[in-house]
Write a protein that binds this ligand. Sequence first.
Ligand SMILES: NC(=O)c1ccc[n+]([C@@H]2O[C@H](COP(=O)([O-])OP(=O)(O)OC[C@H]3O[C@@H](n4cnc5c(N)ncnc54)[C@H](OP(=O)(O)O)[C@@H]3O)[C@@H](O)[C@H]2O)c1
Length: 243
Amino acid sequence: MRKCCLITGASRGIGKSIALELSKTYGLHILLNYARNTEAAQQTLKEIQDAGGTGELLQYRVEDFEQTESVLGTWIKENKDSKIEVLVNNAGITKDNLLVFMEASDFNDVLDINLKGAYNTTKVVINHMVRNRYGRIINMASLAGVKGVPGQTNYSASKGGLIAMTRSLAQEVAKRKITVNAIAPGFIESDMTSELDVDTLKKLVPMNRFGKPEEVAGAVSFLVSDSASYITGEVININGGLS
Ligand SMILES: NC(=O)c1ccc[n+]([C@@H]2O[C@H](COP(=O)([O-])OP(=O)(O)OC[C@H]3O[C@@H](n4cnc5c(N)ncnc54)[C@H](OP(=O)(O)O)[C@@H]3O)[C@@H](O)[C@H]2O)c1
């Protein structure tokens, strides 16, 4: 059986780092999901292959259940020699504004991609994991979902919801040897944070710097390892001391 790992939003940033790390450390076949940036996704796949790993692209928009079921469900049906052992729900967006100015569409879009998107992919993969009686699910939350951030009521709600979903699902599937955990990064260098005022914001961080995607990927790698087999329903904060 070929062991696979599905990572949503793996074309760039944190997801890309996780893909490279899990390919290198565990030799997992990487299913690399993304929404529209095919060039970046192909580049990530090339870097996996250049390092001796394997993978393939699975383009679908996580907020669209029909598309998720069609692309991912079809892949599962057509690859009976493969099992998805690891799922990282990493795809996410921000549409920041103070609540008084926030349009309903900006609230809904963020909830749809960050929270419902994680439900959609997990819903398609979970039966497969239950049948295999093994799985590792890691949900990419955020410090915003732990403590709340002004200007991010939509994003904080989506990530807080993701943490609650993590804890509930962990209890539902623990008997099947499936662990479900969340990671809550603070400020991490990526396209998502590229417009922020780094010099001002880094002063808020006790380590006086933004984190690197590799520093998040390292924690994901630990949660995938056998050493983490009794950890479930937890949230690992990675924020340079910010919380
Ligand atoms: N960076 C931070 O400081 C930080 C802090 C806390 C939490 N996080 C969380 O970490 C995760 C990754 O963030 P990042 O900084 O790496 O972001 P990023 O650099 O903006 O990358 C976002 C990734 O998500 C994908 N994506 C966006 N919308 C999608 C959709 N509808 N369906 C499928 N994929 C979609 C993008 O694909 P395309 O390339 O096709 O657009 C891309 O691969 C997010 O969940 C984010 O909320 C980030």
